[in-house]
Design a protein around this ligand. Structure first.
Ligand SMILES: *[C@@H]1O[C@H](CO)[C@@H](O)[C@H](O)[C@H]1NC(C)=O
Ligand SMILES: *[C@@H]1O[C@H](CO)[C@@H](O)[C@H](O)[C@H]1NC(C)=O
Ligand SMILES: *[C@@H]1O[C@H](CO)[C@@H](O)[C@H](O)[C@H]1NC(C)=O
Length: 616
């Protein structure tokens, strides 16, 4: 389904003399209308022999849309409309906004060069990021968690050879595979012992009791290659790996390649894109942060994202002290650090070997009543925390979400809790109901047969989907996280990165409080992840939202192409005009694409696409 007709157009008219512009434009618009019209109606025709009358009422709108689409396509910079070019080899692992050399040139230093600086590298080249020469489709879950293709990730020679720290160990198997467990069970056993040790230190009999003790979501800062997170997932916890951008040996890239939740991020100069009271545990094993630096601002940020009663687990060899410059006292953390944790009402629980655990207070009055000289409370609550500047105060104490993790009602949110978060329970439960059937329908579409001449409709049984591996899913406009919930209910072995677009209603606290992963993101900008890290992207209503924000659809689709692995799937659901526009662009991006009429009399359409495996 390439846009061969665009090429034909070009062939017909050859290099275009400027004077013929009007004529050409007119003719092309007519051709586009005829083609768009005929291709869409053929889809509708075959879906239902008795053609739906909606097509005729929509025809005029379609025609107008086609004209404006064509004009936008023309204005993309190229003189003629054709498939977009592939980027050069240097962009194989390209993450926009994270160009370290450009950041250094712009004067960022002291670690801030690894930060997200979209304003520095605003080079929005319209080219398709291609996979490395020896890229292979990842193995299916759960095999892919333990064995990955070495050609798919960028590792340096050293990283290959070293056996690394406990969380960063890997082995080269054969010549093109990397394994994260060894035959003697060494790596796995170490991680299991470590997890067990943490459980004991917080007073549990075993790490299988984490959930019962209220520990569900874990922010794993600098996660190594994700082995600890992989173990927590097997205990049904929801860990997410977060690490700074790294040009080789990226912890985030490797974790995602293994099918483990991960996102690029740090809090060197700004807050994380999460609201306060988001996580039950924050974990750092050799994560490279100098915790007592900058007047403890990093500890305040950890405190902000921790839920009341949540845990901060720090594993750091005393001798190294994570770069602490002052001489270290043997056997204990340095005094300023210890003093600071008291100022923010953390309770020191235990130390074993190199591991230290603190617990955030569950008592919001601790900050005021405590005799110690505590941190002041923030005057303003963070409403929409999106890479905000750091603050020297304690957040969340007046929030209705200040609920100690140990007291949390198990599992789902009740009506009262929803109302506390400004959510209409009826709306919420309707959304859940919608996604129960919605997921079944979507799942049944994920087969290349959808692009063949035999049309399929949502709900049809055969062929057996999904056709290929789906593990890492992103919901680009997650609302309440209903798709996530439906996946859990249907016991699919996927995890969902729930993204709440900036400017939409901020439902992120609800998503996080349901125990799902989520992040705020401005879709006018690139997403902080490596290329080829998601297997499926889902966007319901995002095109309408972006149109209302005045953002470019083409930039979004390029970004989707970048973060989707070859043969991955895209499901976009929106109004018919926007869908037709996206479909035209999708063919230019070389995606297989099909518009599906939901046949319920609405002007909503689905656009189902699959990214091809372009080797070249
Ligand atoms: C087509 O539409 C008609 C009436 O709108 C309906 O009765 C019929 O079941 C539909 N056919 C299919 C295949 O959906
Ligand atoms: C990063 O920035 C440098 C310096 O501005 C530039 O030469 C280089 O092309 C950029 N890299 C990418 C991948 O855009
Ligand atoms: C039609 O279905 C879509 C998605 O399945 C839904 O969003 C929309 O509200 C439905 N419209 C009507 C009129 O039922």
């Amino acid at each position: 389904m390439r846009s061969s007709w665009f090429n034909k157009l070009h062939l017909f008219f050859g290099p275009r003399p400027p004077l013929n512009w009007l004529l050409l434009c007119l003719v092309s618009v007519l051709v586009v209308i005829v083609l768009l019209g005929s291709s869409s109606s053929s889809v509708y025709d075959s879906l239902n022999a008795s053609v739906s009358p909606a097509i005729y009422t929509n025809y005029r709108r379609l025609k107008e849309q086609a004209v404006s689409d064509y004009l936008e396509l023309r204005n993309l910079g190229a003189n003629h409309v054709k498939d977009f070019d592939l980027c050069g080899k240097e962009r194989e692992n390209y993450v926009p906004c994270y160009n370290v050399s450009a950041n250094l040139l712009a004067g960022f230093k002291d670690g801030e060069e690894f930060d997200r600086h979209c304003e520095v590298s605003q080079d929005r080249q319209h080219c398709l990021v291609r996979p490395p020469k020896d890229y292979k489709i990842p193995l299916t879950w759960p095999i892919g968690r333990d064995v990955i293709w070495s050609g798919n990730v960028k590792l340096s020679k050293d990283q290959f050879l070293s056996s690394g720290s406990m969380t960063k160990r890997l082995m080269l198997l054969e010549e093109n595979q990397i394994s994260f467990h060894s035959d003697d069970g060494m790596i796995i056993d170490d991680v299991k012992d470590y997890s067990h040790q943490i459980a004991e230190m917080i007073g549990l009999g075993s790490d299988t009791e984490f959930l019962k003790a209220g520990v569900r979501t874990v922010l794993d800062i600098g996660c190594g290659f994700g082995s600890f997170g992989a173990h927590l997932l097997s205990l049904k916890l929801m860990p997410v790996c977060m690490a700074s951008y790294e040009s080789t040996g990226s912890q985030v890239q490797v974790a995602l390649e293994r099918g483990l939740p991960a996102i690029i991020g740090n809090f060197i100069s700004r807050q994380l894109p999460f609201p306060s009271l988001s996580y039950d545990m924050v974990h750092c094993a050799l994560c490279g942060i100098i915790w007592d630096d900058k007047d403890g601002i990093f500890l305040i940020e950890v405190d902000r994202v921790l839920k009341p009663g949540g845990y901060f687990v720090l594993t750091s060899p005393r001798s190294r002290k994570e770069g602490s410059s002052t001489g270290s006292k043997q056997g204990s953390m340095s005094t300023p650090f210890e003093e600071f944790t008291q100022k923010i009402c953390w309770n020191f629980l235990a130390q074993q070997e190199d591991t230290f655990i603190w617990q955030k207070t569950a008592d919001a009055h601790c900050y005021i009543s405590s005799k110690q000289n505590t941190m002041p409370l923030c005057q303003k609550e963070d409403v929409q925390s999106y890479y905000q500047p750091h603050v020297h105060c304690i957040s969340g104490t007046t929030s209705k979400r200040w609920i100690p993790i140990q007291d949390r009602s198990s599992g789902s949110l009740g009506s009262a809790e929803l109302e506390d978060r400004g959510v209409d329970p009826e709306d919420f439960f309707e959304d859940m109901e919608f996604w129960r059937s919605g997921l079944r329908n979507y799942w049944s579409l994920l087969s290349p047969l959808i692009f063949s001449d035999h049309p399929k409709r949502p709900g049809d049984e055969d062929p057996l989907p999904p056709y290929n591996m789906i593990r890492n899913v992103m919901d680009l406009n997650a609302h309440y996280g209903g798709l996530s919930a439906a996946f859990v209910e249907a016991s699919k072995s996927v995890w969902v990165m729930n993204v709440v677009p900036l400017g939409a209603r901020n439902t992120l606290p609800v998503i996080l409080d349901r125990g799902f992963l989520g992040v705020l993101h401005d879709w006018c900008k690139p997403f902080p992840t490596y290329p080829r890290t998601y297997d499926m992207l889902h966007a319901k209503g995002l095109l309408s939202h972006l149109a209302s924000e005045g953002c470019s659809m083409i930039n979004l689709l390029f970004e989707m192409d970048r973060i989707l692995r070859p043969e991955g799937w895209i499901i976009i659901s929106d109004k018919v005009g926007l869908i037709e526009k996206a479909r035209a662009l999708a063919t230019q991006l070389r995606w297989e694409a099909r518009v599906i009429d939901l046949q319920n009399g609405s002007d909503q359409r689905l656009l189902l696409c699959q990214k091809p495996f372009v080797r070249k």
